[in-house]
Write a protein that binds this ligand. Structure first.
Ligand SMILES: [Zn+2]
Length: 172
């Protein structure tokens, strides 16, 4: 994990020609379109991005991880959605170039010498947002009994995994 902020605006084509790796974080609250969809906009996204060139292909590939504060659509309580996305974008300067991209690359139209990297990452996150976010456990009142049961089981499991209880067992 790095604690440096991503560079915000720069020339994508130039960076791809040179080739470079960019790692850093960006406050989620500064991504307005994303923050509008969130219950809790605190925290940062973490990004690892490489710019490069291979033959005629200029690309930016990378991955983003973030914990998004959403509302669970089952119990309407807050939840943290762990987001992990990977993307491969081919830089194009006109629409026709999109057809020449390798099949596993999505086109990214570079129409400005001063593109915003956080905005591009935000686009990728918006595409990957769950339509309906729900806790990964049964959180509805209807299933409360099962939930309690699961919790008890989990606690039992935790007891088992607790090194001190193992120690206790050894000392018996
Ligand atoms: Zn829930």
């Amino acid at each position: 994990m790095t604690a440096t902020l991503l560079p915000e605006h720069f020339d994508f084509i130039q960076k791809a020609k040179i080739g470079c790796e960019i790692n850093g974080l960006w406050p989620i609250g500064q991504l307005d379109r994303l923050a509008d969809l969130l219950l809790d906009e605190t925290g940062e996204l973490q990004a690892e991005v490489s710019f490069g060139q291979e033959g005629p292909l200029r690309y930016v590939i990378g991955k983003v991880t973030a914990e998004l504060g959403l509302t669970c659509q089952r119990c309407m309580q807050p939840m943290k959605y762990p987001l992990h996305i990977e993307f491969k974008l081919g830089l194009i300067t006109n629409e026709q170039q999109a057809e020449k991209l390798p099949a596993d690359f999505e086109p990214l139209l570079v129409d400005d010498e001063n593109m915003s990297l956080p905005a591009v990452l935000e686009d990728e996150i918006l595409l990957a947002m769950p339509l309906v976010a729900m806790h990964d456990y049964d959180c509805s009142d209807y299933l409360q009994t099962q939930k309690d049961q699961q919790q008890q089981d989990a606690e039992k499991q935790q007891e088992k995994e607790n090194p001190f209880s193992v120690l206790k067992d050894l000392l018996k």
